[in-house]
Design a protein around this ligand. Structure first.
Ligand code: AMP
Length: 186
């Protein structure tokens, strides 16, 4: 099974992805986590990525497409995967399509988590207490949301046209949302 999960910052993509990977026996690939680990390693990619992440901006499509290209050929991807935080732009969505076609992988569903903006800001501020993430501040959150609507939201239509978009309300109990997702993708 090949899935992706999308939605505005703070909607709970990471939380749901962790639940779903256990239930479905597939791996979870979070580009945000990959970039944060590159930053920790102080690698070339990490040094570039940090500048963008700390400002709430998107890292370049070329870097992200290259990361995914190298990640999806690893043996642990054979059993299926759930992409979290990728794609975030139309060029990334078309890049992913090409990579998956070359690997003979079909994207089964694009799960789109929906929630209103005020609720999302509250959630991110709560998350900040636990995560310590440098990009979880009010000013950066607002910027990330603006960028989301401008650059990322157009991929909703991209997947709608492909006929694999699955909209799910992202507000409520974690378990209920997971159950709704499992129902809609099966
Ligand atoms: P996330 O953990 O998914 O919220 O990602 C944290 C940050 O990493 C984002 O705000 C971006 O700066 C960067 N990032 C993660 N995934 C991507 C992507 N697919 N394209 C561009 N930037 C990304």
């Amino acid at each position: 099974m090949h899935l992706l999960i999308m939605g505005p910052p703070g909607v709970g993509k990471g939380t749901q992805a962790k639940e779903l990977k256990n239930k479905l026996g597939i791996i979870h690939i979070s580009t945000g986590e990959i970039l944060r680990s590159e930053i920790k390693k102080n690698s070339d990619v990490g040094i570039i990525a940090k500048r963008y992440i700390d400002q709430g901006k998107l890292v370049s499509d070329d870097i992200l497409i290259d990361i995914i290209k190298k990640r999806l050929i690893k043996p642990d991807c054979y059993k299926g995967y759930l992409l979290d935080g990728f794609p975030r732009t139309i060029p990334q969505a078309t890049g992913l399509k090409k990579i998956m076609n070359a690997l003979n992988h079909d994207l089964d569903s694009a799960i789109n988590l929906i929630a209103n903006e005020d609720e999302l800001i509250n959630r991110i501020l709560e998350r900040k207490m636990k995560s310590g993430r440098s990009d979880d501040t009010l000013a950066i959150i607002k910027k990330r949301q603006k960028i989301y609507w401008k650059k990322t939201a157009p991929i909703i239509e991209f997947y709608m046209k492909m006929g694999i978009l699955k909209n799910v309300n992202g507000l409520g109990e974690i378990k209920n949302i997971t159950d709704k997702i499992l129902k809609i993708i099966n």
